[in-house]
Each structure stands twice: as structure tokens, then as C-alpha cells.
Design a protein around this ligand. Structure first.
Ligand code: SAM
Length: 282
């Protein structure tokens, strides 16, 4: 009979042979998922035997992870962002820890002295808008995406995280049809140059939606649409927080300054790369 311990060892070895960087950590997450046991239960009951169907499902997930390179977050169907759990679908980007820099920056610049209106352009799983609405307790917001399927996942996440009454999700090409004004606009748009997509890791290239990754030959097309809309969509004094790709600070700053906004600061991600710009509508 297979035990928690023996399956964990087997899973770790399988993922390690496939070149997965954190094989034990990932094997543990997959085993938690298929056995329905918590981390604590697995640690305190290593000799517990597990039924053969759990082993079969575990082996299937190990193959999908090791050979097919599907990320663990997609295999378990969820990703933690800002300590909240977000469901994923094939139409949503897998939220990245780097994007938490947007949340940190916004919270440092904006006080919720009264209900705020928040706009998230390219909402995907809804992680940015929903996280902000869990922090801003009386505010409401709009999440926009081209993908209807992504919006369904965002709606589900808003419901699971208790903000569905304060959030609206709209299928739209950026903000073309919007007439409202907002106190905070956040966006993590696609920004990878088209010719770099084939060089991305299989985990990203094969499983994140193409539409969520890339925007034109230099990766700047989304900013060219979004920046000129900011003056019209932000209230006076409103904040715009935008994520960028490596090396894009200068051209993106130019676009937002030309659009009439004032730069507050750039913040770097966990790797020290300039990642998020914060602009105000003065
Ligand atoms: C990099 S993903 C960001 C998703 C999510 N905000 C996050 O941070 O994880 C960019 C999102 O923009 C959406 N998108 C791409 N082009 C768009 C457009 N023209 N109008 C609206 N959304 C668009 C994609 O579908 C995708 O969900």
C-alpha cells in the first residue's frame, strides 16, 4: 500500500528527473490536492495509506507537470495572490507575485476616506480589482477584458471573495465605451514583444493565453491605447498604476507624460526590475 511518505518521495523524484526546480514543494501541493489532505495532516500522518485511485490521479498530475509542463497553479486550478485564493481558467493569465507591487503602491498612495471608484483594464482572473476591493471596504469597481471567458472566472472570484456586490465585469476593448470617471485605474496589460513569445518557458508559452501575453512588436501597443484615455477617465487627483515589462520604463513613462499625467514613482519587483509606474492626474 502507498503511504503519504512513499508517494511524496516518488513524486519528488519524478519531478526532479523532469528538471522541475522545486520538486518536493510541487509534489506536496499536488498530493494535497488529490488526497484532500491539508499540509499539516500530511506532515503529522506520513504513514497514512492512500487508496489506489489517489495514486493514479497523482501520477497523472505528475506527468502533466513534469512532461507537459503545466504549472501547478493550473493543475490545482487556483493561485494565491495577496494571500487570497483565485480560481484560474484557460482564458486567464496565472497571476504573478510581481503584480502585488501594483497593490502595495496603490495602498501607499490612496486612502479610502470615502467610497472610491476603481477601474481594472485587462482584468483576467480579476486579481487586481478584487484584491483592491477587499482592501478598500466600501469602494466599488469595474473590471474590463476582451475575453468573455476570463470575465466569467473574474465574476466567480469576486463572488468567492465576497466583493461581487461591489464589482462589475464588462467585455470591452480597453476603455473605448466607458463614460464614467474613476479615482484609481490599475492595469497589467499584455506587454511581451511578439518575437519573444517563442522564447518564453513552456509553462508560460503553452498555458497563459496569447492575448494576455503580447501586444505588438515592442510590447507597447496596449500602453499606446491606454495612456491617451487616462485624462478622460481619471477624476482630478486620481491615480493610475500600470505594470510594465523589463526595459519599458522610458517609453511607457513618455506615453503617460505625453497624455498629461504626472509621474509619482516607479517601483521595482522582487527581482529588482522596474515593474510598476504610478501617475497622478494633476
Ligand atoms: C497580462 S493579463 C493581466 C490579467 C490580470 N489583470 C493579472 O494581473 O493577472 C492582460 C489581460 O488583458 C486582456 N486584454 C488584452 N487585450 C485587451 C483589450 N484590447 N481590451 C481589454 N482587455 C484586453 C487579456 O485578455 C488579459 O486578461
Amino acid at each position: 500500500m502507498d503511504t503519504v511518505r512513499s508517494l511524496l518521495v516518488m513524486g519528488t523524484q519524478t519531478l526532479s528527473r523532469s528538471g522541475i526546480v522545486s520538486p518536493r514543494h510541487e509534489a506536496r501541493i499536488l498530493l494535497e490536492k488529490v488526497s484532500n489532505m491539508s499540509r499539516l495532516q500530511m506532515i503529522t500522518n506520513p504513514d497514512q495509506t492512500l487508496p489506489s485511485d489517489v495514486k493514479e490521479t497523482f501520477m497523472r498530475l505528475l506527468k502533466a507537470r513534469g512532461q507537459d509542463r503545466m504549472p501547478v497553479s493550473r493543475l490545482v486550478g487556483e493561485r494565491e495572490f495577496w494571500s487570497l485564493s483565485f480560481q484560474l481558467s484557460s482564458a486567464t493569465l496565472d497571476p504573478r507575485p510581481d503584480s502585488e507591487t501594483l497593490i502595495e503602491g496603490i495602498l501607499s498612495h490612496v486612502l479610502e476616506a470615502k467610497p472610491l471608484k476603481v477601474l481594472d483594464l485587462g482584468t483576467g482572473s480579476g486579481c487586481l480589482l478584487i484584491t483592491l476591493l477587499t482592501e478598500f471596504k466600501v469602494s466599488w469597481g469595474v473590471g474590463i477584458d476582451l475575453s468573455r471567458e476570463a470575465l466569467l472566472t473574474a465574476q466567480l472570484n469576486a463572488k468567492n471573495l465576497g466583493v461581487s456586490e461591489r464589482s462589475h465585469f464588462i467585455q470591452m476593448d480597453w476603455a473605448r465605451g466607458l463614460q464614467e470617471t474613476f479615482n484609481v485605474i490599475v492595469s497589467n496589460p499584455p506587454y511581451i514583444p511578439e518575437n519573444e513569445v517563442p522564447t518564453l518557458s513552456p509553462e508560460v508559452r503553452l498555458y497563459d493565453p496569447y492575448q494576455a501575453l503580447t501586444a505588438g512588436p515592442e510590447g507597447l501597443e496596449s500602453y499606446r491605447y491606454i495612456a491617451p484615455e487616462m485624462k478622460r477617465l481619471l477624476v482630478p487627483g486620481g491615480l493610475c498604476a500600470i505594470e510594465i515589462g523589463k526595459g519599458q520604463q522610458e517609453p511607457v513613462e513618455d506615453l503617460f507624460i505625453k497624455a498629461g499625467l504626472t509621474l509619482l514613482e516607479w517601483r521595482s519587483d522582487l527581482a529588482g526590475i522596474s515593474r510598476c509606474g504610478f501617475f497622478v492626474n494633476r
